[in-house]
Design a binder for this molecule. Structure first.
Ligand SMILES: [Zn+2]
Ligand SMILES: [Zn+2]
Length: 334
């Protein structure tokens, strides 16, 4: 595909999309029904449908019986870790392999004009972003994802929190499922904003930000504190009346869904004329500029409300620069 029909490339080889990022149309007045319906399709397909399919697959084939989950044990915990790690290896690995190892798409739709493998750096373990990101994902973040998973399953299995049934509460649980992406975004915005405070940034979050040019392996490359807080979004379902399937979907949107912000390409080509959207641009801009877009695609427009939204346009860039200038002036008064 010709990516220059969808955006432009600068001298450094960085590609930017022409289309400006927009908050979910539910927040735009007057409401535009056509736009909302089109947005709704993208809301469900393909990503959230994939995370739901993975949730059902886990529910029917991976999770042990309720009696087993009533007691925390290494056996089922390690099995869950193995499945989580294998699933991430396949899903993230597929994108990594196609886009970064085989470089099937070359530089088409690639935001950053360089491939991290071509740029060794001292900030990474073994000077390699790929090795560093891979090891942190599989030996730090996925174990902590599994800890959160075991914790909420154990609570549900023992009846420590309400386990609402689908037959008695179909509409409430369906609504909670539909709201799960909003819960994810609000939770992520809050913990993300927190770990951008100077001390926590230095000790915790800077590890994730070492990857200025993220690839799929960067998605879960985190300090343990961040990895736990990030996946702890599923624990909201111990506070809200819920059901373990909904909690598991919430967890999968975090664990598997972290991929979306770190694909590094705006569109992923399937054939010469067909591609699907990665939804990566808002978070790519966060990796590039640090102090913008703490949330996601503005399903809950917290960045818009707090003035930290960068929509990818020149106007968005100017707003960000003005904010940075103001901050600098405040910190270094003449
Ligand atoms: Zn990131
Ligand atoms: Zn950040």
């Amino acid at each position: 595909m010709d990516d220059l029909q969808f955006g432009k490339r600068n001298k450094r080889g960085d590609w930017t999309p022409t289309a400006v990022l927009e908050a979910a149309p539910l927040w735009v007045r007057p409401l535009n029904l056509g736009k909302i319906l089109r947005w709704l399709v993208g809301y469900l397909w393909p990503w959230n449908t994939l995370y739901m399919a993975l949730t059902l697959a886990y529910w029917y084939w991976v999770l042990p019986d309720v009696e087993v989950m009533q007691t925390v044990g290494w056996g089922w915990a390690l099995r869950l870790y193995a499945v989580n790690a294998a699933a991430i290896f396949v899903l993230y690995g597929a994108f990594e392999y196609q886009l970064y190892v085989r470089r099937n798409q070359d530089y088409r739709f690639k935001y950053n004009g360089k491939f991290p493998a071509d740029q060794p750096s001292d900030v990474f373990w073994f000077k390699s972003q790929n090795v560093d990101n891979f090891l942190r994902s599989f030996f730090v973040s996925i174990p902590l994802w599994t800890v959160v998973e075991v914790l909420f399953l154990w609570c549900f299995a023992n009846g420590y929190v309400p386990w609402l049934s689908w037959s008695a509460n179909p509409w409430y649980l369906a609504a909670l499922l539909l709201l799960a992406p909003a819960i994810h975004e609000a939770h992520f915005f809050c913990i993300h904003r927190l770990i951008h405070t100077p001390l926590l940034y230095k000790w915790v979050h800077s590890i994730h930000h070492n990857s200025v040019n993220p690839t799929p392996w960067s998605s879960l490359s985190m300090h343990p504190v961040e990895a736990f807080l990030y996946h702890a979004v599923a624990l909201w379902h111990l506070v809200l009346p819920s059901n373990p399937i909904v909690a598991l979907f919430q967890l999968h949107m975090a664990g598997f869904g972290a991929l979306n912000g770190h694909i590094g390409f705006d569109q992923v080509e399937l054939t010469d004329g067909q591609a699907f959207e990665s939804h990566a641009y808002a978070h790519y801009l966060h990796h590039k500029h640090f102090e913008v877009n703490y949330g996601g695609d503005q399903l809950v427009p917290l960045d818009v409300w707090f003035g930290t939204w960068h929509d990818g346009s020149p106007a968005g860039e100017a707003r960000m620069q003005a904010r940075f200038d103001k901050k600098r002036a405040r910190l270094n008064p003449q």
